[in-house]
Ligand binder design. Structure first.
Ligand code: GLU
Length: 323
């Protein structure tokens, strides 16, 4: 936005019998609303083609029996992690109550972080034997492929496309994609946003679903979900769209926004693990069995998500296994 302020002031001064006229010009002032770094309109929409891979939610069967903390099978992925002394986990630091940095303590906390700490506890007997690395949506798969992280626990949907590059645990959370708008905007969901600007993070399934929506909104991509909220607040986009749990966290931080519309897509979350480490997938699925059974999952849900998500707390997702 450019504000041009040109003020011409005429001053007539009378001094004795003489008069003088002075004109003052105030220079042009530009007010620029900063855009988040890397914000871009998506001009080439991601392919709408849907890859097939059978039952994408069927993961590898849990290890049985599960090894005790600190005594992992020799040469296993778990033994290597234990020898290193900490589990390295890719997480988010911007998603309120899933993976977010508490401004008072500086600690990254949330439902995803509790899940990650449960894996560390099962490996080491210590939930703090963990290093959390903040990653964007777009960095998740590259960080797994390069071995920079052992596992990603970061609002990550299981898809057939991603299964080409990584493995997933059984589902540990069931989200649905919706839309966040300013209250009283009149927008009711993605169908009401034809030709309007809708924000999502790069590398997310959300961005692809927006770009391929029959309503033909203009997809705008950013690095982090919080960038979308800022762009919505500044009027640079009309809406943002992603998983209900992420949007609920945004609405809790800005009471002038609301979540609207029906589900655009089911987004089942899995923990992503490098392709070769099937033993670790089995171990993680064993940990998920334990935390579903011993109440850890429900306790974490009620701590972080009861207040955000409308309705009674759900039961933990039922796992499916393939081998
Ligand atoms: N669940 C979606 C995904 O995995 C959106 C959430 C995100 O990117 O953090 O792409």
């Amino acid at each position: 936005m450019r504000l041009a302020l040109v003020l011409a002031a005429t001053v007539v001064a009378l001094a004795g019998c003489t008069s003088a006229t002075t004109t003052t010009t105030i220079p042009t002032v530009s007010a620029t609303i900063p855009k988040p770094a890397n914000a871009a309109d998506v001009t080439a929409p991601p392919s709408a083609a849907v890859r097939e891979c059978g039952d994408k939610l069927a993961s590898s069967r849990p290890l049985n029996p599960m090894p005790a903390p600190g005594s992992m099978p020799a040469d296993s992925t778990m033994a290597k992690i234990v020898a290193r002394g900490k589990l390295i986990v890719g997480v988010d630091q911007n998603t309120y109550h899933m993976g977010f940095r508490d401004p008072f303590t500086g600690e990254i906390q949330g439902f995803d972080i509790d899940m990650a700490r449960a894996i560390a506890a099962a490996l080491f007997g210590d939930p703090n034997a963990i290093q959390l690395r903040a990653v964007t949506s777009d960095q998740r798969i590259p960080m797994l492929k390069s071995g920079d992280v052992d596992i990603v626990v970061r609002t990550m949907s299981i898809t057939c496309d991603r299964l080409v590059d990584v493995n997933f645990s059984a589902v540990y959370y069931e989200a649905q994609q919706q839309v966040l708008v300013k209250k009283n905007s009149g927008f009711t969901g993605i169908d009401s946003l034809s030709g309007k600007r809708v924000c999502a993070s790069r590398g997310s399934t959300s961005l692809r679903n927006i770009a391929n929506s029959p309503a033909k909104p203009i997809a705008v991509s950013v690095s982090d979900w919080t960038d979308c909220l800022v762009m919505l607040q500044q009027g640079q986009v009309d809406a943002m769209s992603t998983d209900d749990v992420i949007l609920a966290g945004m609405a809790a931080q800005d009471r002038f926004t609301e979540v609207v519309g029906p589900s655009m897509a089911a987004e089942p979350y899995g923990m992503a693990i490098p392709k070769d480490n099937v033993d670790f997938v089995r171990f993680v699925n064993g940990v998920l069995e334990q935390i579903r059974a011993n109440g850890t999952w429900r306790t974490s849900y009620s701590r972080w998500l009861d207040d955000l998500i409308p309705g009674p707390p759900p039961a933990p997702p039922v796992p499916r296994y393939k081998d």
